[in-house]
Design a protein around this ligand. Structure first.
Ligand SMILES: Cc1cc2nc3c(=O)[nH]c(=O)nc-3n(C[C@H](O)[C@H](O)[C@H](O)COP(=O)(O)O)c2cc1C
Length: 225
């Protein structure tokens, strides 16, 4: 698969088949992603792959915690702005409503929305979960590097016939996840990622949120040579 096709066809998958993934194929994705660039080549990524009983245990622990109304999520970093403003507010709403529309979740149906949120903590049925950690003394530059690594994992996955969903939703449950994986408190859980084979029948996997046209975000200066 060429890069253009991988870029166009990658999408966040939220329903997976239970079909297992060959561990050698997971290793091959990481083998490719390690070519991602990073400032001064410091390669800040630390990846944990969870499958089988470990995956199931983490899912059960986090689902139980996330379902509790008396235990609000504790974000280890600010993924989103503290208050939403335009144009981001409208884009965020369009994304949420588009997703809920495909799932048949009506506006204001909090129970159904909560149930969908909890699906994150089953990796949407994917047999493989990835957790991405970064040392807590590394700054925004390293987080920038990390984004390139994450996209590299996802593009390599598409090219190999897999589907993914990056999941910041796991981050507030860093304490439970670090405890199970033996990761020290000096590492921040940046996000998780579901990895597996997409369920081709699931309507939710048809969700393709719109993108801005290039003139809406790019400004050209000077005439072409
Ligand atoms: C770092 C990151 C974290 C995300 N976290 C979640 C998540 O927790 N749950 C989820 O369903 N989607 C999550 N997404 C998926 C976004 O909603 C999705 O990328 C966006 O709507 C664009 O859609 P696409 O990925 O299908 O192109 C995340 C995406 C990124 C890049």
């Amino acid at each position: 698969m060429d890069v253009a096709t991988a870029l166009r066809t990658r999408g966040s998958t939220r329903a997976f088949l239970s079909r297992p993934v060959d561990p050698a194929a997971i290793a091959a994705l990481l083998e490719l992603a390690r070519y991602a660039p990073s400032g001064s080549n410091i390669q800040p990524w630390r990846v944990h792959v969870v499958t089988g009983a470990v995956r199931d245990e983490i899912c059960a622990t986090v689902r139980a915690r996330a379902a509790r109304a008396d235990a609000p999520p504790l974000w280890p970093y600010a993924y989103y702005p503290p208050t939403w403003r335009e144009p981001y507010l409208s884009r965020r709403r369009a994304c949420g409503w588009g997703l809920y529309g495909l799932l048949g979740i009506g506006r204001g149906d909090r129970d159904a929305a909560k149930a969908q949120e909890l699906r994150n903590f089953d990796f949407f049925g994917a047999p493989v979960g990835l957790f991405f950690f970064i040392d807590d003394d590394l700054g925004p530059g390293s987080w920038l590097d990390y984004g390139m690594f994450l996209q590299s994992v996802m593009l390599a996955a598409v090219a190999a016939g897999f589907a993914t969903c990056p999941q910041a939703a796991w981050a507030p449950y860093h304490a439970e996840i670090r405890a199970r994986l033996g990761v020290p408190a000096s590492q921040v859980l940046m996000c998780g990622m579901a990895l597996g084979y997409a369920d081709p029948e699931a309507p939710v996997n048809r969700f393709r949120p719109e993108r801005l046209p290039v003139p809406d975000f790019a400004t050209w200066h000077g005439a072409p040579a």
